[in-house]
Design a protein around this ligand. Structure first.
Ligand code: ADP
Ligand code: MG
Length: 352
């Protein structure tokens, strides 16, 4: 189960010399934000680092207010409660719905935001975990897989009984917003950790790449237990894994990433998927891409995920797959940026 650290607002402001000029390499602000059911940490550098960090917090809270499934006033809640009637949506939700439709189509339905009623039946939405009956799952799957968004002049409408959950894509979109803010505030370097969504912006103050650990799914109870480390500059690295949120019943483990083909937690032989892509000037909404694809490729499994990547015509991305049979599979483009943690005991492979 996800454990949220106690809410701490941590502000570290390092100025070089009293009243002297601010050194953009070392001037640093670090804030923790609890939002979107996630403990987030944002670190900014540069002369305007405090303002930039707080602008990121504002942007995240603004998105949460629009996209939350639990806040009845959010746009998403109003859409879910509209019973098939059209609801006007703002720009952010519009962009997310378009993207969700695109990833739904391109992943053959592995990515599906209409999973919401099924996620609720399993209790993941409300932390009331249970295993639904096969009959209940089959009925809900009709809603999930019959998903089609109606666009009308009055707004967008779901089908009756349908509901959406943007949990698999919203943090990636927030990471894209953070890149925009970093650019606007001329942040030379920074780091944003939104749960499994990491933005490694620029490089470290000493000019070396940021080091982003890939959690060892077999040792989630340990802090800093990595299967390997990625050395990244100007990149997103987004991980989805069954270990992030789960419950146990009758000796079986059930996790929160659901396979829309079966209605059960995805059981594809993978224990985590990390998607890595550039976040530079021409990267568009690649944070959102990484988030959507980390979830979808986890559902697809190793073979389909690697085929999907080879045939992908969108923005380029690389993968680190951790398999249940003890392998770490890294795509060629990341080979010189990934170092296996030898003590983790995984077998290392590179693939095209
Ligand atoms: P997390 O948000 O926990 O870091 P993900 O990005 O993989 O991990 O998103 C998982 C969340 O997305 C689930 O908690 C659920 O709300 C939703 N979800 C579960 N299965 C799917 C799916 N097949 N397609 C889209 N969203 C999903
Ligand atoms: Mg995701």
């Amino acid at each position: 189960m996800k454990r949220l650290a106690a809410y701490v607002l941590l502000t570290v402001l390092v100025l070089t010399g009293c009243g002297g000029p601010v050194d953009p390499d070392t001037a640093q602000e670090s804030i923790q934000v609890i939002a979107m059911d996630t403990a987030m940490l944002i670190t900014t550098y540069g002369e305007r680092s405090p303002a930039a960090a707080y602008a990121c917090e504002d942007a995240i809270r603004d998105l949460e207010a629009k996209l939350s499934r639990t806040d009845p006033d959010s746009e998403v809640s109003r859409l879910n409660a509209a019973g098939g009637e059209a609801v006007e949506v703002g720009e952010d939700l519009g962009v997310l719905l378009d993207a969700a439709g695109y990833y739904h189509a391109t992943t053959d339905g592995a990515f599906n935001i209409a999973i919401a009623p099924l996620a609720s039946a399993w209790g993941f939405a409300e932390d009331r975990f249970r295993v639904p009956s096969q009959e209940e799952i089959s009925d809900l799957l009709k809603l999930v897989n019959g998903f089609a968004l109606q666009e009308t002049p009055e707004g967008v409408a779901l089908g009756p009984g349908q509901a959406i959950d943007l949990g698999a894509i919203a943090k990636g979109y927030a990471a894209d917003k953070i890149v925009e803010i970093f650019q606007e505030y001329e942040v030379p370097r920074g780091l944003a950790q939104l749960g499994g969504n990491v933005l490694a912006y620029g490089d470290r103050p000493d000019g070396t790449p940021w080091r982003v650990g890939v959690q060892d799914p077999a040792r989630v109870e340990e802090q800093n237990a990595f299967a390997g480390v990625l050395e990244l500059t100007d990149s997103f690295a987004v991980t989805s894994g069954g270990y992030q949120r789960y419950f146990e019943q009758d000796g079986k483990t059930y996790h929160h990433i659901l396979d829309p083909a079966t209605g059960y937690p995805a059981d594809s032989g993978l224990s985590s998927v990390t998607v890595v892509a550039d976040c530079g000037e021409d990267a568009g909404l690649s944070g959102m891409m990484c988030d959507a694809l980390s979830t979808a490729l986890f559902v697809m499994g190793e073979e389909r995920a690697l085929d999907f990547r080879r045939n992908w015509r969108g923005l380029p991305f690389q993968l680190v797959l951790i398999t249940e049979d003890g392998r770490v599979v890294v795509t060629q483009g990341l080979a010189d940026r990934f170092t296996l943690e030898e003590a983790s005991g995984y077998q290392y492979e590179t693939v095209s």
